[in-house]
Every structure is written in structure tokens, then in C-alpha cells.
Design a protein around this ligand. Structure first.
Ligand SMILES: *Cc1c(COP(=O)(O)O)cnc(C)c1O
Length: 488
């Protein structure tokens, strides 16, 4: 494709994307293809000779769309949202055009410098403590995902602890391996699975602290876990607190956990992947109180702040630990301005990095803080509207407090099996899409307000579908009639 063809077809693609998003309501939110569907639709080998644009373009609807789950359908209520905005898509086009690899300041100064400023803008929007801003020891970086942020925080804290605990033996060997074998990290049983994975990657023990009846990790439980591990001769070094847990959007108490970590000299990392965006609204900002105890903090603008995947914002109070931990300094990456601006390669796992701050710059300028706040507020209100609908139907109960845009509920006094059956029916039916969760032995359904263009009518529609299918499930469970077995 040459520049002339790009001018023409690029515009066709822009139209296709706008048409797709405008007409997304007419598509089934959850794809229902069978595994292996796609290889039957395309050749086994790449073509020797170039094909025509029209043929490739035409195959989007034939090959790709049947297997797409439409996350931006207002009938999509699964997981947590992921953002999508035309402003961010335009910025990503520019990023693709520039196509630099911004591993060091020198490799593309704008890529680094815009990121520094955007992370400060965001930090101020969230009213993060000044320690997290650039200019001193602290600062922000854009990671790909919250999972990477947790891993990077764990590795940085691991090296901080190794420095503190390891020694050199008489024969001159470092005792890192011995220290490593004693390290233990903490999170709650409600933490995201990526925390446990970070511990596996980092080769350290993961102590999952049992959450209380509100799904929160209490300071006293954490303190007890630390004390018992210390008694066993282990070295507590890292703790992840979650603000807005994935199963039920619960908030660990930073005010309790913070002092416990401080006392035990444990690195506190905060995972607020979903909920973090809401802290730009003054009425939700108290949920972040206690952040001053944290050594690192992370949330995903790509979840709820109109920035397309991937854009995970992470801050350090003292970035020297992460920079020192991963600083290998080959000659070909050195440059004469080293030390005057961050070389972000030290702050992350890969070497290469995209120009992701463009997405933030475009979104923050083209919307402004007020419109972003309005977006968060609207979605939280829609969740409360859904909550009201659940509350007035006596067959149902809301299982957890509705803090932001997630409503957890179940059929009252019905077994886990009956609730599972309801969820299966909802997803088989296909008019809306949801996923379940469970905690302390109870299975429940999660209704998340996801797509940007979700309206009250979509919430009401979803509730009608759920009510209708619940009636079927309840009749069946009463009479013992099961679904007719499908004829093969
Ligand atoms: C979504 C989520 C994650 C994972 O986010 P990625 O960016 O996909 O890694 C981690 N923690 C919490 C609390 C989440 O909600």
C-alpha cells in the first residue's frame, strides 16, 4: 500500500470503524462461534502475490466479525469496562504513523517528555500526594496493563529487600538466594489473579489474607499474617491492596493496611485498575484516602477513562528502586543526556514501548476533566438505576454494596446451581452478556455498566431479559423440568 492508497483506504477504514460503533447495537454482544471456526474461512498459507484491498476489507465481515465479542455494545455487561473513544483512536493512528520505540529519552524525546507531563496531569487530577509527581524521586510511567504494573512493583520491592537483607559471606558470595527463599508477599483472597501470577514470576511466596465479611482485607488480618510468617523465619516484603476488587468492587482499607506496612517496612502497592478513574470526581476521591502510605499506585485509564487499551498508569514514590533494579546499561542504549530525563526502559519489563501518552494527551484535551467526570458519574448512576430495579423484584437480592458501576446480585434463597443456570441462560440467549463471580461459597451475577453509550433504556432492557429468563429458571427448578436435551 503506498501513500496514495493509504489516503483513500485509510479513510474507508475510518468510515468502517464509525459505522461499526454506530451500529453496534444490532450485533449479538457475545460471539457464538465454535473453537476453530476461523481457520475454515481462510487459506492455510499466506498468499504469494498481493491481494486486492477490496478483498481484504470485505473479509472483515465474513471472517472477523462473527468471532468478535462486542465490548462496546450497550448490551455488554461482563467483566469491567474497557474504554473506547474516537479521540484515543486518532492519537493511536498518529502513534502508529510515528512508530518510534521510545525506550530512552534519546530514542524519541517527545515520547518520554509527553509521558512525564501526562502522568503529572493525571496525578493532579487524582490529587495524588506530591511525592508521586516528577521533579523529585517520584514519577509516573505508562505500563501496558495492571498485571505488568504489579509485577514491576513486586520486582522493585524485591530488589529493595535484597539490598537490605543480603550480605556477603566470608568467601565473597552474595547471600541473595538465601534471602530470596524467605520472601513473602501479601494480598487478599479478593485480589486479582495477576497478583498471584506476579508472585510466581518473581519466585516468591504469596500469602493470601482472608478477607472479612465485607470482602475487605483488614489491617488486623494482615498484621496477624505478617507476625505468623516472621515467626517462621520468613521475610515479609510486599503487599498489594486493591481498591475496587474484580469480583465485587470492594475496597481494602488503606487507612488500616498502610500503617501495618509502614511498621513492618513492607512495600505497599495499590491496584485500583478499574476504580482509579473514578477518583477524578471529588465525591469518589475519599476512596483513595490513605494513598500516602503507598510506595506505588496503579490504575487503568484504558478501563474507564476513555483511553483505548493499552494504557495503565503507574506511579512510584521513589523510582530509584525500580530504575536500579533493572538497570543494565549496554553501550548502544547510552546517550549523552542520560540522567536529565527518565529512560523509561528501566521502569518496565520490555525494552520497546509505544507512544501511548498521545492517547492521554488527546483524550484529556478533547474531553476536558469535566466531561470525563460526567462520564464516570453517568455510569455510576446507571448502576444505581439497575440496583433499584433489582431491589423492587423480591425474587432477587443485591449481594454487595454498589460502590461504582458494578451491581452484584442473585436469585434470593436459590442455590448456586439455580443461579448458575440463570447465568447460562442469559448468555445462551445472547441479547445481553454478563459473567459471574463467587465469594465465601456464594455464587452471584455481576452486572457492569460498560459501553460509553449505555443509556437508561439499555439498563431497563437488560433487566427485562434477566427477569424473563429468571421466570423460566424458577419455573423449571420448581417443577423439576430441565431443558429438553438438544437433538444432535
Ligand atoms: C482488570 C483488573 C486487573 C487486570 O488488568 P490488566 O490491565 O488487564 O492487567 C487487575 N486488577 C484489578 C483489580 C482489575 O480490575
Amino acid at each position: 500500500m503506498d501513500a496514495e492508497a493509504f489516503r483513500k483506504h485509510g479513510k474507508e477504514m475510518v468510515d468502517y470503524v464509525a459505522d461499526y460503533l454506530e451500529g453496534i447495537k444490532d450485533r449479538r454482544p457475545l460471539s457464538n462461534v465454535d473453537p476453530g471456526y476461523l481457520c475454515k474461512l481462510i487459506p492455510e498459507q499466506a498468499p504469494e502475490d498481493p491481494e486486492k484491498w477490496e478483498d481484504v476489507f470485505g473479509d472483515i465481515e465474513r471472517v472477523i466479525m462473527p468471532g468478535v465479542t462486542h465490548w462496546h455494545s450497550p448490551q455488554f455487561h461482563a467483566y469491567f469496562p474497557t474504554s473506547n473513544s474516537y479521540a484515543a483512536i486518532c492519537a493511536d493512528m498518529l502513534s502508529d504513523g510515528i512508530a518510534c520505540i521510545g525506550f530512552s529519552w534519546m530514542s524519541s524525546p517527545a515520547c518520554t517528555e509527553l509521558e512525564v507531563v501526562m502522568m503529572d496531569w493525571l496525578a493532579k487530577m487524582l490529587q495524588l500526594p506530591k511525592d508521586f509527581l516528577s521533579g523529585g524521586k517520584g514519577g509516573g510511567v505508562i505500563q501496558g496493563t495492571a498485571s505488568e504494573a504489579t509485577l514491576v512493583a513486586l520486582l522493585a520491592s524485591r530488589s529493595r529487600t535484597l539490598l537490605k537483607h543480603s550480605d556477603t559471606t566470608d568467601s565473597g558470595d552474595r547471600t541473595d538466594a538465601l534471602t530470596m527463599s524467605k520472601l513473602v508477599a501479601y494480598c487478599s483472597d479478593q485480589s486479582h489473579s495477576s497478583v498471584e501470577r506476579a508472585c510466581l514470576f518473581g519466585a516468591v511466596r504469596c500469602h493470601k489474607v482472608e478477607s472479612d465479611e465485607n470482602e475487605q482485607m483488614a489491617g488486623s488480618s494482615l498484621a496477624a499474617a505478617i507476625a505468623s510468617d516472621k515467626e517462621k523465619g520468613l521475610i515479609p516484603f510486599f503487599c498489594v491492596a486493591t481498591l475496587g476488587t474484580t469480583p465485587s468492587c470492594a475496597f481494602d482499607s488503606l487507612q488500616e493496611i498502610g500503617p501495618v506496612c509502614e511498621e513492618a517496612d513492607i512495600w505497599l502497592h495499590i491496584d485500583a485498575a478499574y476504580a482509579g478513574s473514578s477518583f477524578i470526581c471529588p465525591e469518589f476521591r475519599p476512596l483513595l484516602d490513605g494513598v500516602e502510605f503507598a510506595d506505588s499506585f496503579n490504575f487503568n485509564p484504558h478501563k474507564w477513562l476513555m483511553v483505548n487499551f493499552d494504557c495503565s498508569a503507574m506511579w512510584f514514590k521513589n523510582a530509584t528502586y525500580v530504575v536500579d533494579a533493572f538497570n543494565v546499561d549496554p553501550l548502544y542504549l547510552r546517550h549523552q543526556h542520560q540522567g536529565h530525563a527518565p529512560d523509561y526502559r528501566h521502569w518496565q519489563i520490555p525494552l520497546g514501548r509505544r507512544f501511548r501518552s498521545l492517547k492521554l494527551w488527546f483524550v484529556l484535551r478533547l474531553y476536558g476533566i469535566k466531561a470525563l467526570q460526567a462520564h464516570i458519574r453517568k455510569q455510576v448512576n446507571l448502576a444505581h438505576e439497575f440496583e433499584k430495579l433489582v431491589v423492587v423484584d423480591e425474587r432477587f437480592q443485591v449481594t454487595h454494596p454498589v460502590m461504582l458501576g458494578l451491581v452484584c446480585f442473585k436469585l434470593r434463597q436459590q442455590s448456586n446451581e439455580v443461579n448458575k443456570l440463570l447465568l447460562t441462560k442469559i448468555n445462551d440467549d445472547g441479547r445481553i452478556h454478563m459473567v459471574p463471580s463467587s465469594s465465601k461459597g456464594t455464587y452471584f451475577l455481576r452486572f457492569a455498566v460498560c459501553a460509553v453509550n449505555t443509556e437508561l433504556s439499555d439498563i431497563q432492557f437488560a433487566w427485562k431479559v434477566i427477569q424473563e429468563l429468571a421466570s423460566t429458571v424458577l419455573t423449571e427448578s420448581k417443577t423439576g423440568v430441565k431443558d429438553q436435551p438438544k437433538l444432535l
